[in-house]
Design a protein around this ligand. Sequence first.
Ligand SMILES: O=P(O)(O)O[C@H]1O[C@H](CO)[C@@H](O)[C@H]1O
Ligand SMILES: O=c1cc[nH]c(=O)[nH]1
Length: 237
Amino acid sequence: MTPHNHAQPGDYAEAVLLPGDPLRAKWIAETFLTDAKPVNSVRNCLGFTGTYKGKRVSVQATGMGQPSLSIYVHELINSYGVKTLIRVGTCGGLNARVKVRDVILAQAASTDSAIVKDRFGPYNFAPIADFGLLRAAAEKAEAAGLKIHAGNMLSSDIFYHREPGLEGYGLLPDHGVIGVEMEAAALYTLAARFGVKALAICTMTDCLITGEEISADARQTSLTDMVTLALEVAIEA
Ligand SMILES: O=P(O)(O)O[C@H]1O[C@H](CO)[C@@H](O)[C@H]1O
Ligand SMILES: O=c1cc[nH]c(=O)[nH]1
């Protein structure tokens, strides 16, 4: 069907979860979905469709970074008719309020990426989450007693900055940017361009202030909270 996806038309549900990691996509399909079937394995960027609480839902890995996510998201929207895209990612923490294992809803996504900046000429476009998805996620998290933070995420093209810790992020932490990952701004920009809904939910796995990192076991548990929240939002979108 596309250079990056051999799924057939109709293979994807209208709502798709988007982890960066293909093995996280497999884990989500095997752990949370009923009757999950593989729909894509081109480049090992795995995709699956199954059901959650009786509703059809898919999961598709995007790889790391905004160019990679943009390819998968562009094709999911334009070749497979996907209408709701929810990223389920990991992120670094830029604010002392956010503790490892906390879940962040990316209300907006700042970026250093040319993939967003170069599109709008003299304007600074503000990539934002779909308000309905954001509100649903906040309400469901609260009802479940899950601690969340909603705020401005940084989607950076750079994982390893030259400067250590927070120094690589300039004035952003002082302006309320609470976490750093590598995809949400491109996801929000594509969703805006094609008139579909998107939200990025991330678990904070490494704090750039304290250096604290999440263990493999704890990571699994925390990702369960995030994935369950994303699935609950996806089936009602
Ligand atoms: O865990 P994922 O979803 O891949 O997200 C984060 O992890 C990767 C970097 O380690 C980047 O893709 C970043 O956005
Ligand atoms: O992109 C990412 C993801 C996790 N931690 C970081 O510092 N950056």
